[in-house]
Unconditional design. Structure first.
Length: 574
C-alpha cells in the first residue's frame, strides 16, 4: 500500500476508484480506520510487477489487486488512470490504454518514471478458438520532453512532476500469498510469459437469449430475468413443488429436500463479478444468469406409474469466481502445451466460459469404497492417461475434466491433475485452489481454498456464524451435494462432526449422503517419475470418483453444453 505519510493512521493511500468504465478506473486516495472493510484494504492494495523488458535496473508496473486487469497509467502529466492492460479493452480510443513503469528510490521514497507502454492486441480464430495475443510498445512521444518525472500526490490528486512526493510503503495486512498447502513442493515462481487470453462468448446477452429460445415454453418463466428476481423465484418454487409431487406419486424420491436446491439456486443467482479480472468480463455482471428446474421422464414399466422421472437442476454459468482470481500469483501455472515447459507461455488470464450444467436431483443411490468403479463415463483420468502402473482408486477413477459446480458458478476438477498426482503439489494453483488449464481458457478449481480470516475464498468464517452445519458450497455432477469443511475443534458441536468416511462424505440427520471439503494429512503421492512424495497437507473439494450412481442418469457427461435434443436439459419440444 502506497502512502504519503509515515504514520498509517493519518495516511492517504493510493487507491483504485469504485466505478467501472471502459476508459479505466480513477486513481484516488483513501484513509484506513478501525471500521475499514475488507474491500477498503483491497482497493488500496497494489501489486508491484517487475518489468522484464529492461536489460538492467529494477522497474515496476503497479497493478491493482482488486482489479488485476488494470495497471497504473499516465497518458499526460495529470491524467492518472488504472487502465485495462490484460483483456478485451477499447484500444482504438484516445488515449490508448497502457501503463507506466517506475523505479522506487528508497533513499528519497520517490517513484521515478521510467517508461510508458502502449497496450495492443489482435484476435484471430483457429479451430473454433479465438486467441488474442497482446503486445506492449514503448511510448516514444508522451513524455519525451520530460526526462525526470516523479509520482506526486497533492490535493487529493496524483500527477507526474519534476519534484515528486515522498511515499511510504506498507505491507497489506490481508492474507494474499499462496498458502503452503497450495504449493506443497515450495516451487519458485516462473518467469514465463503469459498465454494469450481467449474469447469464447461473443456476448452474454446472446447466450441468455439463446437459452430462452431453446427452452420448452413451460420453463421460460424460470428464466424471464437474469440473476435474483422475485418472479423467477416464484416460477422455480412452483416447478419444484410439481417435481416433488410427480416423483412422490410414482414412488420415486429427490436426493435432498427442496430447500437444498432452492438455497443453492438462490446463492448462484446472487453471484456477481466484483473484480475486473476476466479478459472479457464486466464487473457487476451476473456470473450465473439462470438456474432452472426440469422434470422430463422416460417410459418405464417397472415403476408404479410407468414413468421414470429424471428431474434436473440446470445451471447456466460463465464459469468464473467473483473475486480477484490470483492467477498472476500462481508459482508454476500450466503451460501452453505447444513445447517443453521452459519455452512455453503459461496461463495467467481467464475468460468467460459458457456452461449449461444439468445436476441430477433424483436419488439414484450411491456407491461405496469398493464399488465406485461401477460408474463408467466417457472422460476418465485413469483410462485417458493409461497409467497402468497405478491401481484404480478414488482419486484417479475420476473425471478428466470438470466434475462439479461451485456456489459461485465456477467449476471444480478432481484433486488429481492429468499427470495423476495432486494438483496442489507442484504449485500450479492460486490461493483459491484454482487455475486455468493447459493452453488457456476459463478457470477451474482442484482444491479447497478456505482459510480462516481470509475474505476472498469461496466461503469463509462468516458462513458458519449461527449455523449447525458447514455451508453448502457445490454439487458434483453425480447429484451429490458438497458442503464446506468442518473446522477442527471449532465445529465440534456441528451436526455430523468427525464422521466422514474414506470417500469424503457421510449421511446424518436425514440430510442424505453428501460430500464435505476436508483435509488429508501426510498423503503419499506417486509422481510422474515413479518416485513417491509425502505431502503434509492437502485441502480437498471432491477426491475424484463419483459416488452417486450415474449409470441411470440420462446423457451423463456427454457434453458441458448439451444439444437441444436433450429433453432433460431443455424440456420436450414446444
Amino acid at each position: 500500500m502506497i502512502s504519503n505519510s509515515a504514520t498509517a493512521s493519518s495516511s492517504n493511500f493510493l487507491s483504485i476508484g469504485s466505478t467501472y468504465s471502459t476508459a479505466g478506473y480513477s486513481v484516488t486516495y483513501g484513509t484506513l480506520t478501525s471500521s475499514s472493510t475488507y474491500k477498503d484494504y483491497l482497493n488500496k492494495t497494489i501489486q508491484f510487477i517487475k518489468d522484464s523488458t529492461e536489460a538492467s535496473g529494477t522497474y515496476y508496473r503497479l497493478d491493482s489487486h482488486l482489479h488485476p486487469n488494470n495497471s497504473l497509467d499516465f497518458s499526460s502529466l495529470t491524467s492518472a488512470k488504472f487502465r485495462n492492460n490484460f483483456g478485451k479493452a477499447n484500444i482504438s480510443t484516445s488515449p490508448v490504454p497502457g501503463y507506466v513503469t517506475f523505479s522506487y528510490i528508497s533513499s528519497s521514497g520517490k517513484f521515478k518514471l521510467r517508461k510508458r507502454y502502449v497496450y495492443s492486441y489482435t484476435c484471430s480464430t483457429s479451430s473454433n478458438t479465438t486467441s488474442c495475443p497482446s503486445s506492449y510498445t514503448a511510448d516514444a512521444v508522451t513524455f519525451k520532453d520530460y526526462p525526470n518525472l516523479y509520482l506526486t500526490y497533492s490535493g487529493g490528486a496524483y500527477s507526474l512532476t519534476s519534484t515528486g512526493t515522498k511515499f511510504y510503503l506498507y505491507a497489506t495486512p490481508l492474507s494474499l500469498d499462496i498458502p503452503s498447502f497450495m504449493n506443497a513442493s515450495n516451487t519458485s515462481s516462473v518467469s514465463n510469459g503469459a498465454v494469450a487470453f481467449q474469447l469464447k462468448v461473443s456476448s452474454t446477452s446472446g447466450v441468455e437469449t439463446q437459452v430462452k429460445t431453446d427452452l420448452k415454453s413451460s420453463l421460460t418463466a424460470q428464466v424471464a430475468y437474469t440473476g435474483t428476481n422475485a418472479s423467477t423465484k416464484t416460477a422455480a418454487t412452483t416447478q419444484l413443488t410439481a417435481i416433488l409431487k410427480a416423483l412422490t406419486s410414482c414412488g420415486q424420491t429427490l436426493r435432498y429436500s427442496v430447500d437444498v436446491y432452492t438455497a443453492f439456486r438462490d446463492a448462484l443467482l446472487a453471484t456477481k463479478l466484483v473484480s475486473d479480472s476476466i479478459a472479457d468480463g464486466t464487473p457487476g455482471q451476473n456470473l450465473v444468469p439462470f438456474v432452472y428446474f426440469t422434470n422430463e421422464y422416460a417410459t418405464d414399466t417397472s415403476t408404479t406409474c410407468g414413468k421414470a422421472y429424471h428431474p434436473m437442476m440446470v445451471v447456466v454459468s460463465y464459469g468464473n469466481q467473483a473475486s480477484p482470481n490470483g492467477l498472476k500469483d500462481v508459482p508454476h501455472p500450466p503451460g501452453s502445451g505447444t513445447s517443453d515447459y521452459d519455452n512455453s507461455s503459461v496461463t495467467r488470464y481467464s475468460n468467460l466460459e459458457n456452461y449449461m450444467l444439468p445436476i441430477p436431483m433424483k436419488d439414484y443411490g450411491q456407491l461405496t469404497a469398493t464399488t465406485f468403479t461401477n460408474n463408467t463415463f466417457t472422460k476418465n483420468l485413469w483410462m485417458d492417461e493409461s497409467k497402468t502402473t497405478q491401481e484404480k482408486d478414488i482419486y484417479n477413477w475420476a473425471d478428466s475434466a470438470d466434475n462439479g459446480i461451485l456456489v459461485d458458478g465456477s467449476v471444480m476438477f478432481p484433486l488429481y491433475n492429468n499427470a495423476l498426482y495432486p494438483s496442489p503439489y507442484p504449485g500450479e494453483l492460486s490461493a483459491s485452489g484454482c487455475h486455468v488449464g493447459q493452453g488457456g481458457g476459463g478457470p477451474h478449481c482442484h482444491a479447497d481454498g478456505y482459510q480462516s480470516g481470509q475474505g476472498l475464498t469461496l466461503y469463509n468464517n462468516t458462513d458458519y456464524i449461527g449455523k449447525t452445519h458447514p455451508p453448502l458450497i457445490g454439487f458434483g455432477y453425480d447429484g451429490i451435494a458438497l458442503f464446506g469443511r468442518y473446522r477442527t475443534t471449532t465445529d465440534a458441536d456441528m451436526l455430523g462432526y468427525n464422521t466422514l468416511d474414506s470417500l469424503g462424505g457421510h449421511n446424518h440427520n436425514s440430510i442424505g449422503y453428501h460430500y464435505h471439503a476436508h483435509t488429508l494429512t501426510d498423503f503419499v503421492a506417486t509422481l510422474p517419475d515413479g518416485t513417491t512424495k509425502t505431502i503434509p497437507e492437502l485441502r480437498v473439494l471432491m477426491k475424484g470418483a463419483y459416488i452417486g450412481k450415474t449409470t441411470s442418469i440420462p446423457y451423463f457427461r456427454t457434453s458441458t453444453s448439451p444439444p437441444t435434443s436433450n429433453k432433460y436439459v431443455y424440456g420436450s419440444s414446444n
